[in-house]
Structure formats: C-alpha cells, structure tokens
Design a protein around this ligand. Sequence first.
Ligand code: ADP
Ligand code: MG
Length: 728
Amino acid sequence: MSTLRFHAIKESLTNKPVLVEEKERRSDLFGKNVFNENTMRQYLTKDAFVGVMNAVQFGKKIDRNIADQVSSSMKDWALSKGVTHYTHWFQPLTGTTAEKHDAFFETIGNGMAVEKFGGSQLVQQEPDASSFPNGGIRNTFEARGYTAWDPTSPAFIYGTTLCIPTIFVAYTGEALDYKTPLLRALNAVDNAATDVCKYFDKNVKKVSSSLGWEQEYFLIDKVLAATRPDITLTGRTLLGHSSAKGQQLDDHYFGSIPNRALNFMRELETECMLLGIPVKTRHNEVAPNQFELAPIFEEANLAVDHNSLLMDIMGRVASRHNFKVLFHEKPFAGINGSGKHNNWSLSTDTGVNLLAPGKTPMSNLQFLTFFINTIKAVHENEELLRACIASASNDHRLGANEAPPAIISVFIGQQLTKVLEELEGVTKGKLSPEEKTELKLNVVGKIPDVLLDNTDRNRTSPFAFTGNKFEFRAVGSLANCGNPMTVLNTIVAKQLIDFKKEVDLLIEKKGLKKDEAVFNVLREYIKSTKAILFEGNGYGKEWEIEAEKRGLSNNKSTPEALRAKISKKSIALFEDMNVMSKVESQARYEIEMEAYIMHIQIESRVLGDIARNHIVPTAVKYQNILIENVKGLKEIFEDTYKTVSKEQINLIKEISSHIEGINANVTEMTNTRRKANTIEDVEEKALAYCYQVKPLFDDIRKHCDKLELLVDDEIWPLTKYRELLFTR
Ligand code: ADP
Ligand code: MG
C-alpha cells in the first residue's frame, strides 16, 4: 500500500497542464448546442414556435400535433450535429442527474432502418421509479414512474446525445424529483407577486424568480485522490493530519490561478458556452486548491438545471485534466469548506428587478414591499429554510464554527436598517399630506442613494441583502439548488398572498388609499420581524444565546433540522401553495432522513476499514522496526541499552496506546452502528447515527492522525494533506 502512495506522488509530479485551444469567441460559441429560441426560429414552423413560446412564457399546454413537429425538428437539428441518441434528462432525489440513452435508430423491416423521434417520445417516457428514492410513494404493484418534457428548459446536446430536461413523477402523480415542486413554487410566486405588482404597475403580467449561484469546489490530483478510499467513497477525507501550511497565509484567495487548474477552467468554460451556461467569474477561493465559478444569473428553473448540468460536466472535464473535483462541503478538516451561495431575486416581464430600488417614489415603495415581505417570509419560516439546506455533508459547515451558522438570520446593512426604523414611525391609519410628502421625499425617495453607498459587506450572514438581491449563503456546495429555491419561492409566495389580503382589507374596510394601506401593513411587518434581523458576525456562543432569546431556532444537525419539513405548518404551506401534497412532503422527509443515515453509515464503515486495515498494520510495522532497533541496541550496549533506547521505547509504548485507542473505538463504533440499525423509527435512527455513531469518528481520527506524526513517512499508506492540497 505504501508504495501506491509514492507511485501516485511520482505520477502526479509528471502532470502538465493539458493543452486547451480556444479558437472561437465565447459569444460565438454561446448556446451552439442548445435548442434555444434562435435555433427554434430556424427549425420550427411558425405554429410550433408559437406553441413552444406560449408554453415557456405562459405555461400553456403543448398539443400532440405541435409536439410531433417539435420532436421532428429537434431530431433534424440534432442529426445535423452528429447526434445518435436522445435521453430524458432529470434530477431524481439522489442528488445527481439521471439519463437513459435511446438511439434515434429504428428498423422498418426489409433490412432497412431510419432515424426516428416522435412527439410521444419527446413528451413522455416511463423509467422504473422503484430504483430511485421514492420515500414509500411507490407501492409494489405500480413501480412505474414517468418523465415529462419541461419546455421551459431548452433541450441541449452533450457529446452525441440530445438531452431533454424533464420532470420525474410517480405513476400516481407525486413528484419524485427536484424540478416538479420547483416549477410549482415558481408558478405560485409568479401569481402572488404579479398580483402585488398590480398595486404599482397594472402592466405587469408575469414575475419570474431569478437565481445566480456561486459554485465552490476543490480540485485534487486524480491519481492522488484515487489512493484515498475515503475520498473515493465519501467525497471527503475522514482522517489526515493537517498540513504545516494550510490557509494561514491567505495566499491562495484571488491569487493567480495555477496553470493546470486554469486550463481545466478554460475547457470547462468552453463546454459551458456551448451549452448556454453563462459562466462569467472564476477565481481561487480561500483554501489551497479551492476555487469558485459563477455564471450570470438566469431564470431560476434554468439556473437550477444549469447548475446540475455543470456539476456533471465538471467531473468529466476534471478527469481529462487529471483532477478529481470535490463538491463536498468539508473535504478537509481545518481549512475552509465549500458552499453554493444562491443569489435570488424577482423580476417582472416589464424588466423591473423587484428587489432593486427604482427611480420614482412609487417604484421604491414597490421595492420596499418586496424587500420587507421577503424578510417577513424568512422570519415566519426560518426553521423550514434551515431544513431545506440540511444534509450530512452541510452539517460540517453550518454551525460547526464556520460561517454561516445553523441559525437563520437576515442581514440588511446599516442604511436599510435606518430606512426601516423611519418607516416604523409611520402613523397608523390615514396619513397626513405632510407625512406623505416627507415619506416620499426623504425616506422612500432616498433609497437609491442609500443603496449606492451601501458598503456593508457582511460575509457571514446566512441570508444577506446585497443591493439588488438576497444572497442565501447557507446552501451547500453539493446541494441541488432546486430544494432551497422551492422553499424560498414558496414562502415568499405565501407571504405576498397574505400581504395582499391585509392591504386589500385596509383599502376596503378602512377606506385607506393604496399607498397608505401598504405603508400600514409594512410598518407592522417591520415591528414583528425584528428578531430575524442580525447585523453581527454570525457565529460563536454569544449569538447562539442571543438567538435563543429571540426565539430563533438553532438546529445543528440534519435529523433535527429536517423535522420542520413535516411540521403541520409546513405541510399546510406546501398544500396551500400547490407545491407539494402531504404525501410528497412526507416522502421527501423520509428520503432525506434515509440519505442522512446512509451517508453516516458509509463514512463509518470506510473509517473503520481504513483505521483497522491500513493504519493499524502500518503502525505495527513501524513498531516492529523500532523493536528491532531496541533489540540491536541491547546487543551493542548491554546494560546501558535502556538509556540509549529510551526514546524508541517511549515511541513503542505510544504507538501501542494509539493502536489500542483505534481498536477500542472502532469496536465501539461498530457495535453502536449495529444497535442503531435495529431501530425502526427513522428519526430515532438518524439521531442515533448523529449523536452516538458520528462522535466516535473524532476519537478514531485523533489516534490515526497522531500516528501519522509518529510513523515513518516512507511507509505511511495514505496520501497526506500537504500532498493533496499543494500538488498543482
Ligand atoms: P459577490 O457576491 O461574490 O460579491 P456579485 O454580487 O457580483 O458577487 O454577484 C454574485 C452573483 O449574483 C452572480 O452570480 C450574479 O449573477 C448574481 N446576481 C446578480 N444580480 C442578480 C439578480 N438580480 N438575481 C439573481 N442573481 C443575481
Ligand atoms: Mg457571493
């Protein structure tokens, strides 16, 4: 085994940057492999084009005749680009993407064949749902599920396959993927926000939610990563002593990108351009070998698809550059983990960003309305928001002494805090003309200026307002953004509906003018949501105590956090908003709890295996060398050998104590796991894994990492942190 590590190191040292040619301009490459509006105009009949656009913009159904025309044109386009297969591309609840390729090729008898792709194949397929997580939805006699075309996310070509983004549902209609509830949530927020917009602008017909994600990741030399069973099987290191140099010097962040990584990025970006993923920013992150990539924001459904697709492509491109890309939230102890900030906003079909201040007092009142309603939505649903970012891997980040914390709070900056303070003083009921003028001129009217010099850059808040959007920072780097985007858009939709009811009531029953009514309701919201606003540095004991006083939840682990998903309130919320039925909410809870248990279980098994079968034998081997040495010294020095071999003897003893520590803890971990496996109740079982099995990881690791410092480097089997993190 020890030789494998050195072979790998030797091989990794010969790696050179893989040559990448960028011949075409990015703007020319952009969307070349996408069946987008431009391509559709070329390939579709006018009827078919109008049909698809109506589906995209207004959710209108596409009839079979149009589907036939679209599929036929899609096929022609794909064949012209050398495509041989098609697939329904979807995002099951496994967290990765799924595809099953079928050839266009079909025989027609007499030894002849044609390329075929009909409307029915475009619109629907029937994969077996029983092999995907379904949380008990599938009953045994009806295992089928079906995928259905989502025309709002354009088909694309990857390699020689035409990929058609689809939803994935059980035969009984329940969602089995991330996209279905997301589309429903986007529809809910569209309706609710459009209604509220009508107070300010009657022309608004549609509101879309936008998402700009920022993907953090690590790039590790492929051969080195392959020597580590923990990285291979769990995506993170379960042990390994920290490197003498880590990120202390802060010399990686925004530093010049190492050449091998840069060439990987260039090829990745070319792939992204072809697929219409508008990547724009790339830079080194804080930790060694950690990087970030961000696109220009897009409509949320498309952005979610693009992030899932990107993660898939990154793995493939990385491999060509002899890298393994790690999306895990905490692949290495002691240095920064990775997240995926979700920048979120709402915008109208008239081109207005509802979370950006405008030029007139009225448009600023509209901004304030959406701004304050979002805060209110987060305040009312902070626990659910925490739940939607919970996973075994993200637990290492949230609340584990790394920003952001497990407590959800909202950061808005000093200037906007002041604006809210002023609004809080608005008179109850009708406003005097003077007060109205004052509000328009000096409070609402000043918002754009206020935001211009909004220099507050809080970096630790889990949910921060950043000038023209909210940034949900607690999302994990490994997550499918569909989950947080579903929850965020649903809670905002619900909040906007409640808001409209309250405003309408004041207008109808109290005879208030529209803007008076809006001011009145907003004032009450400002008063009632103070607990969620927090400007400070979000981690540490002090904030935990303060947050508890404020009544904010602090669910540190996934099993605790996920409970909020099946609370009466959450189930009712999802039902009311037509986003998920009770069965769907419960199924998702089950699936995520099961996934949590399985992740910890796998990690526990891998750790037990490495500790016992790799570390202990190595320690014994080294101990034997020491024993031989002591024996030799005894031969030479006879009676005085104890003095000359004192250090060796101490080392022998120390090694024994660590071996004992490992064995005792691995045995205890195995027994605890066995006991946990007999628990029927999923929550109880997950809690047992969380609070009984997982803590033993630390004890085992401590002994292994100590041994790493004691044992001869030459025989140490596991590639060390310094090698993994500093190989460029
Ligand atoms: P940072 O947060 O690193 O300072 P920026 O503020 O420039 O960076 O933007 C980060 C991300 O926010 C980018 O991916 C960008 O596309 C996205 N973004 C900008 N405006 C919006 C918006 N209105 N809606 C959603 N995302 C947005
Ligand atoms: Mg950011």
